[in-house]
Design a protein around this ligand. Structure first.
Ligand code: GTP
Ligand code: MG
Length: 197
């Protein structure tokens, strides 16, 4: 598999219109979106930071599978929400770029195949995450939750947090990059979305 950085879009007119499926990473700032892209593609293509607010644009990465039977697609690293927005609780927090990203009406030749909604495993009940999730679901796009940084919890906390995530009523995939947890399952979901016409 080959991963290549394609472009950083600052507004909707810069999104590619190639018809390739797009799999997006959404979530609060610092939750681990860029890190997950790097872990999935086993390359350091995306810039990460210990300080929140690193990714401010929509960054497109082209994924070209080795097998000719699998189609190419984009992984898209979206800006995080919940940072430097005056503590706004509403999903206005999603920011104009992300709202445009999920607005299909104005954008022929774009297909968002699914969204990985990353939520910090230590904080499964934050209101901005609930609001963001509901907003994504209302867009009619498939959403899978990824519970990130599971390594920061002990066994019993991990069990507890996964129980708490059940209230989303969504598929929740636990993930830890240092522990190599979750990436195989995340790839399965991505391939499923990328292959769905
Ligand atoms: P923005 O671009 O600001 O929206 O953040 P982001 O969601 O892209 O987060 P990023 O990938 O830059 O990661 C933020 C911090 O979390 C970095 O210090 C990462 O090393 C750390 N991190 C990401 N995933 C994990 C994980 O699974 N476990 C642990 N312990 N740390 C992680
Ligand atoms: Mg980032």
């Amino acid at each position: 598999m080959q991963a290549t950085f394609i472009l950083s879009a600052a507004s909707a007119d810069q999104f590619p219109h190639t018809g390739l499926p797009e799999i997006a990473m959404a979530g609060r700032s610092n939750v681990g979106k860029s890190s997950l892209i790097n872990a999935l593609v086993k390359q350091k293509v995306a810039r990460t930071s210990a300080a929140p607010g690193k990714t401010r644009l929509a960054n497109y990465y082209l994924i070209e599978p080795d097998s000719p039977r699998q189609k190419s697609f984009y992984l898209v690293d979206l800006p995080g929400y919940g940072y430097a927005r005056g503590g706004a609780e509403s999903v206005e927090a999603f920011g104009q770029l992300t709202r445009e990203y999920f607005d299909p009406t104005s954008q022929p030749g774009r297909r968002v195949g699914g969204v990985l909604h990353l939520i910090d495993a230590r904080h499964p009940s934050l209101r901005p995450d609930f609001l963001a999730y509901e907003w994504l679901i209302r867009r009619g796009v498939p959403v899978t939750i990824v519970a990130t940084k599971m390594d920061k919890l002990n066994r019993s906390e991990q069990r507890q947090t996964l129980k708490t995530f059940e209230k989303y009523g969504a598929v929740v995939l636990p993930s830890s990059i240092p522990a190599g947890l979750g990436q195989a399952d995340i790839w399965k979901v991505i391939h499923q979305w990328a292959e769905t016409p």
